[in-house]
Design a protein around this ligand. Structure first.
Ligand SMILES: Nc1ncnc2c1ncn2[C@@H]1O[C@H](COP(=O)(O)OP(=O)(O)O)[C@@H](O)[C@H]1O
Ligand SMILES: [Mg+2]
Length: 359
């Protein structure tokens, strides 16, 4: 087994990608590794033509995934939008892995990102010694993707300044990147496109200019609206992450996942599942991704400090951490939830006590 902590999707799922590629009879856009149909099968799961089982990476609406894939086959870029933890980055990685076999051309956009990290930088030693030349130029992931005809991922696009965002306009509309220092330009090869992610909830985001927005098709990734679906996502990811961390998944994990997801959904939705009690909602967004993190933390604690079974005590500290983002307001929200809801549920007694202990 490899000792690398986390391999990119195209390595982890190489066998699935190879099986899909082997007998892919669909038409492919130029420079794509797989046909759009096969990409959707890779993302949503199913069977390869040779019978190989393909695991589901993203669980959700097929139409959304089809739209995302179809967009990437056009001259418009793809923007995955949604609150944190709705699998934007996850889907982006898997789309890139399936379409161009390389999900590692990523630019993480931050408030400190400048044009050189988007377009190209310079190797200053070379630049001073020999003057500006292609050799002295340091390509960015975007530059490389244009040259290779592959996909570039831009994570959290709206975190970088609007002026820097706008350097993408020429790239996206004219498919070329001017290099004025060399009186030259990079022309994108067929197959080049951009997958950006952005979230519409966080502080510190810079709205996209309307000129840039027009170059993107926006696909909004929702929080799962169905309880069963959300439990399914959490169970699957907890199992996968448990196995990659060599953490055993105790038998009762499914029951505890159901309880944690219930608490998340009730607090997120502002009422109990039966609709009888109205609740205050905490300031955090209590995403599916956070439920997964709470459970994986619980597995680790149960494994290293507990007796093997997963108990409320193993989960409650992380649970409180996920719910209480604002130490005053959210604490009050959680206390009220404990007293008005959990206290009266017999099967949640251990959570009632364990949470009270750390709150
Ligand atoms: N609908 C979903 N299908 C599959 N996995 C999901 C889904 N929603 C959330 N996840 C899981 O949540 C985790 C975090 O998602 P991530 O892509 O980092 O969120 P985002 O970039 O939207 O903030 C991933 O491990 C992903 O597997
Ligand atoms: Mg993300």
């Amino acid at each position: 087994m490899s000792t690398i902590l986390r391999q990119p999707a195209e390595i982890t799922y190489q066998a699935e990608l190879d099986a899909l590629k082997a007998q892919d009879s669909g038409n492919k856009p130029e420079n794509w590794q797989l046909s759009p149909q096969a990409v959707v099968t890779y993302i949503l799961g199913g069977k390869a033509p040779d019978g190989t089982a393909i695991s589901a990476k993203y669980i959700g609406n097929r139409r959304l995934v089809e739209t995302a894939v179809a967009t990437l086959a056009t001259d418009r870029a793809l923007l995955l939008l949604g609150v944190p933890g709705t699998a934007k980055s996850w889907l982006s990685e898997h789309l890139a892995a399936a379409i161009c076999g390389n999900s590692t051309q990523v630019i993480q956009c931050t408030a400190g990102t400048d044009e050189n990290q988007i377009r190209y930088g310079w190797n200053y030693a070379q630049l001073l010694a020999n003057g500006p030349s292609r050799d002295a130029l340091v390509p960015t992931p975007l530059y490389r993707a244009m040259e290779a005809g592959s996909l570039c991922r831009l994570e959290e696009l709206t975190r970088m300044g609007s002026d820097v965002q706008d350097t993408l306009i020429t790239v996206l509309s004219e498919k070329m990147l001017p290099i004025p220092e060399l009186n030259d330009a990079v022309y994108a090869q067929r197959g080049f496109n951009v997958i950006a992610t952005a979230n519409n909830r966080d502080k510190g985001v810079n709205e996209l200019s309307s000129a840039l927005k027009r170059r993107f098709n926006v696909v909004v990734l929702p929080l799962p609206d169905d309880m069963k679906e959300e439990i399914g996502i959490v169970s699957r990811r907890v199992e996968e992450m448990g196995s990659s961390l060599s953490l055993p998944v105790p038998k009762n994990a499914a029951e505890e996942i159901e309880k944690v997801v219930t608490m998340f959904r009730e607090l997120r939705g502002g009422e109990t599942l039966d609709g009888k009690i109205t609740l205050k909602t905490p300031s955090g967004n209590l995403s599916t991704a956070e439920a997964i993190a709470v459970m994986v933390g619980g597995l680790s604690q149960a494994n290293w400090f507990g007796g093997g079974a997963l108990k409320a005590e193993d989960i409650s500290t992380n649970l409180v951490g996920a719910i209480v983002k604002d130490p005053v307001q959210d604490k009050a929200v959680l206390e009220e939830y404990l007293e008005t809801v959990l206290r009266k549920r017999r099967d949640y007694a251990s959570y009632y006590h364990a949470i009270n202990e750390v709150l």
